[in-house]
Ligand binder design. Structure first.
Ligand code: KE4
Length: 452
């Protein structure tokens, strides 16, 4: 496959954009090759500037639950653009989207639209601090909540991909207010709560972690977080930027039965456009300016074009909730293909990750589940387990799959996303290629950081 045009673009990009990309996870450093540049995408397919076609399991890191360029979404966006792109004034669409979010996620009585998941989580944390009058936040190592200063501590996603435990440039004071617990480890949470009694504003958690690879909560873990936050007078924030409208129409609460005080959303809620949201109990959201003392604002918040993409997407999901059974079943088929190759697989609904755990004994893996199971694992239970994975083996697998026209996330620490556009036939073909790729062994070594 030719990569000429991508190579030319990347060389130019390296001149003007740090690492040649506008988000680190796109750099492909961990898989030892240059990124391809995308020309267009349709359904489950992504086509690069050299005409190479890939079956896409990144789905733009989650928004693409319907597949790329869904005709109804494209048509709605094209139409609304004719009325103008941004007004900086309220529009009917913002009210409609707010009502749809509150209908889908009953914990959310009021919601504020923003432009990115980072902004949503940063704002939710500020509201929690403003509402409780407390300063400290408990997060979990390997969870990623966007790049706001206070949350760039032992984060997942690009941090783990590039082995950067914490970010430079974050003042020590910020990090001091962020306490880090171990995911799926109740004792670590209890200890932090006891050591910081009366100071913890909130526990922020990915209800199904998807930024250290997919790591579902162990039975009872979320219920424990709900109990201990209530006992300690702290809020529980579900960061649903990935799980929202993905695990179920009602997100993690519908999937797990556990309720949170605040939820954050991104990706799917914007239908692929720059839109995210945070919301929750009315008494908590009443703290948000101009109603209350917690300030948060945004020039393009509730942008009419992005809102239209979000409304159209949520309405399609609301009108056809069978999508969730379809994508879960397909993800289960993929999980079974990985399990057959002896890999540790964590899956929650249509989110899954195969882990290259050194010395993994396939006998450790529970029996291959029948389709009715909604989960596999968790066999990799936390950040430490995930860090122990064999990155070279993952890189080899990634390159073997790409050579076969299958694009999975270029990092062991990201999720595989299934969309409604991934037909059963394509899933079958993917399962075959998983077997070939995993069995074929060594591939290209990860290269050092690209020089100019
Ligand atoms: P954004 O600011 O990237 O829209 O959202 C930040 C965020 C917040 N919370 C969770 C649970 C998230 O997964 C994310 C962003 N996810 C990554 C992928 N794991 C985005 C991809 C990227 O960084 O380019």
């Amino acid at each position: 496959m030719s990569e000429e045009r991508s190579k030319q673009l990347f060389a130019k990009a390296l001149e003007r954009i740090p690492g040649g990309v506008n988000s680190p996870v796109r750099a492909f450093w961990a898989v030892g090759r240059q990124p391809f540049f995308v020309e267009r995408a349709q359904g489950p397919w992504i086509i690069d500037v050299d005409g190479n076609k890939y079956l896409d399991y990144v789905c733009s890191w989650g928004p693409g639950i319907l597949g790329h360029s869904h005709p109804e979404v494209i048509e709605a966006v094209q139409k609304v653009c004719e009325k103008g792109l941004t007004f900086g004034a309220p529009t009917a669409g913002e009210v409609e989207l707010a009502e749809l979010i509150c209908t889908c996620v009953p914990d959310v009585e009021m919601v504020r639209l923003v432009s990115s998941g980072t902004e949503a989580v940063m704002s939710a944390v500020r509201v929690a601090r403003g509402f409780t009058g407390r300063e400290k936040i408990i997060k979990f190592s390997g969870n990623y909540h966007g790049h706001s200063d206070g949350l760039l501590v032992k984060a997942g996603s690009g941090f783990m991909t590039h082995s950067v435990p914490d970010s430079a440039g974050v003042p020590a004071g910020y990090a001091a207010s962020t306490l880090t617990a171990v995911y799926n480890d109740e004792k670590s949470v209890r200890r932090l709560m006891e050591e910081n009694r009366g100071q913890v504003a909130a526990v922020v958690v990915e209800p199904v972690a998807a930024n250290m690879g997919v790591v579902p909560p162990k039975a009872g873990f979320l219920e424990f977080l709900r109990r201990i936050t209530e006992e300690e007078g702290a809020l529980l924030i579900f960061d649903e930027v990935i799980t929202g409208f993905r695990l179920a129409l009602g997100g993690a609460t519908q999937y797990t039965g556990v309720h949170a005080d605040l939820h954050t959303f991104g990706k799917i809620v914007g239908g692929g456009m720059p839109l995210a949201a945070y919301g929750g109990r009315r008494d908590i959201m009443a703290c948000v300016a101009p109603l209350g003392p917690v300030y948060q604002a945004g020039t393009l918040s509730g942008n009419p074009v992005a809102v239209t993409a979000g409304i159209t997407t949520l309405k399609i999901l609301m009108d056809d909730q069978g999508i969730y059974e379809r994508i879960d079943r397909r993800a289960c088929r993929l999980a079974e293909a990985f399990l057959k190759e002896g890999l540790a697989v964590n899956r929650a609904g249509s989110l899954l990750s195969a882990f290259f755990v050194p010395g993994w004994d396939v006998e450790q893996t529970d029996a291959v589940y029948a389709g009715e199971r909604r989960e596999n694992g968790p066999f990799v239970k936390n950040y430490e387990d995930a860090c122990g994975c064999d990155r070279q083996a993952f890189a080899d697998y990634f390159n073997r799959m790409l050579e076969r026209g299958i694009y999975v996330a270029p990092s062991q620490f990201e999720a595989m996303f299934v969309s409604d556009a991934h037909s059963d036939g394509l899933i079958q073909e993917t399962c075959r290629k998983i077997g070939e790729s995993v069995r074929q062994g060594a591939g290209k070594p990860p290269v050092e950081k690209f020089s100019d």
